[in-house]
Design a protein around this ligand. Sequence first.
Ligand SMILES: NC(=O)c1ccc[n+]([C@@H]2O[C@H](COP(=O)([O-])OP(=O)(O)OC[C@H]3O[C@@H](n4cnc5c(N)ncnc54)[C@H](O)[C@@H]3O)[C@@H](O)[C@H]2O)c1
Ligand SMILES: CC[C@@H](O)/C=C/C=C\C[C@@H](O)/C=C/C=C/C=C\[C@@H](O)CCCC(=O)O
Length: 131
Amino acid sequence: MQPHATPVYSATKHGVRAYMTSVCQDPTRPDQGIEYAMIAPDAVDTPMVRSLDNNRIFYWDELKDLVLGRLIKPQTIGEALLQLLRCDVINGAILHVDNQGKTFRHMECVNDGVTFDPSKVFSTSYVFDQE
Ligand SMILES: NC(=O)c1ccc[n+]([C@@H]2O[C@H](COP(=O)([O-])OP(=O)(O)OC[C@H]3O[C@@H](n4cnc5c(N)ncnc54)[C@H](O)[C@@H]3O)[C@@H](O)[C@H]2O)c1
Ligand SMILES: CC[C@@H](O)/C=C/C=C\C[C@@H](O)/C=C/C=C/C=C\[C@@H](O)CCCC(=O)O
């Protein structure tokens, strides 16, 4: 089993998700003309990840080959953002980006931002080359 290496950091990221999925359902949002969404990537090749060590993440010595071997290019996140912005329905979107041989982007749980309507929840995916 993979060790849970970043419990507090991961909790803060889930906090961002909870914040977004809450504010996107603000009943006054449509009148404000605002949409909320988020990108949830796996490890991206940034200075933060390149600076990880055993003092910043549990089990880094055991995990680093796995994590550094599947890093997402930063420009892929930029492409994911553009993909998100081109979607008809943005509010409530969570765009997962990972890199397991290919980049897989998965949008889930999009609602109208007013009331939660299961019939409006959909899931779709896009596969792109990273090169
Ligand atoms: N890199 C990843 O694998 C990854 C994956 C998922 C989520 N994230 C999240 O994405 C965000 C960025 O991560 P990163 O890897 O690019 O980090 P990073 O440390 O490489 O870069 C963060 C940048 O933010 C700037 N910054 C810091 N405080 C600021 C402030 N108050 N105002 C303006 N700029 C400020 C820093 O100067 C730096 O350029 C973080 O919230 C991180 O948790 C990163
Ligand atoms: C495969 C295990 C998985 O949990 C590891 C992922 C590694 C990198 C992905 C990246 O999203 C995780 C970063 C974790 C950071 C942990 C600790 C912080 O001290 C780093 C600094 C955070 C900050 O300054 O904002």
